[in-house]
Design a protein around this ligand. Structure first.
Ligand code: GRF
Length: 204
């Protein structure tokens, strides 16, 4: 049986980045990795539907059902460890993970952030906000970044970035969509493929 890195994807919303990973895997672009687990922290997130349609084992783990952040992280750890996960991908995932959780999976968690770090990142910069701030500041170029997750919000080592032009008349929503289409959905699968190759190579 071919050795593949086992990938878990954590989601909260529409799941377009998860879909990009699913499509890339189907197209054979993540040859040394396999998405074997999806965890959503929100009931009804469309990302859950995308994962189920792709036949990936999917769990909805809410902080409410787990009695708070600690129980939530314990349940996530249980699922992740039971699946022998090699790489955790935060894809549109909106929960801040504790220092404990992040250090437990040191250098095993990556995130896609919708700006060119170190611009428009850190505490409070998530979802549409980086795009609102980019337009407010009047930058001509923004983009997306894939980075390792450490205890500092968006502070881990940068793995990949892609720049996207800001156009005349952009609204935050239009800019967000362009950054997703022209950057996020491209660099995340490439980064996951690269890391999976490295994981498999290092253990062979
Ligand atoms: C995207 O802007 C992503 O960069 C951010 O969350 C938004 C939704 O992502 N992290 P998705 O469609 O749920 O993947």
């Amino acid at each position: 049986m071919e050795d593949k890195a086992r990938v878990a994807v954590m989601v909260s919303g529409g799941g377009t980045n998860l879909q990009a990973l699913i499509d890339a895997q189907r197209a054979g672009l993540i040859e040394k990795g396999e998405i074997v687990l999806v965890i959503s922290n929100r009931e009804g997130a469309y990302a859950v539907e995308r994962a189920e349609k792709a036949g990936i084992e999917t769990h909805v783990v809410t902080r409410k059902a787990c009695g708070g952040q600690e129980g939530f992280e314990a349940k996530c750890k249980e699922l992740i460890d039971a699946h022998n996960i090699d790489l955790i991908v935060l894809a549109g995932f909106m929960v801040i993970l504790s220092k404990d959780f992040v250090s437990y999976y040191d250098h095993k968690i990556i995130n896609i952030h919708p700006s060119l770090i170190p611009a428009f990142c850190g505490d409070g910069f998530y979802g549409i906000i980086p795009h609102q701030e980019a337009l407010k500041r009047g930058v001509k170029v923004t983009g997306a970044s894939v980075h390792y997750v450490n205890e500092i919000a968006d502070g881990g080592e940068i793995i990949a970035q892609k720049a996207v032009n800001v156009e005349e008349g952009d609204t935050p929503e239009i800019l967000q969509r362009r950054v997703m289409e022209q950057a996020e959905w491209l660099i995340l699968p490439v980064a996951v493929a690269k890391i999976c190759r490295k994981i498999v190579k290092e253990r062979s």
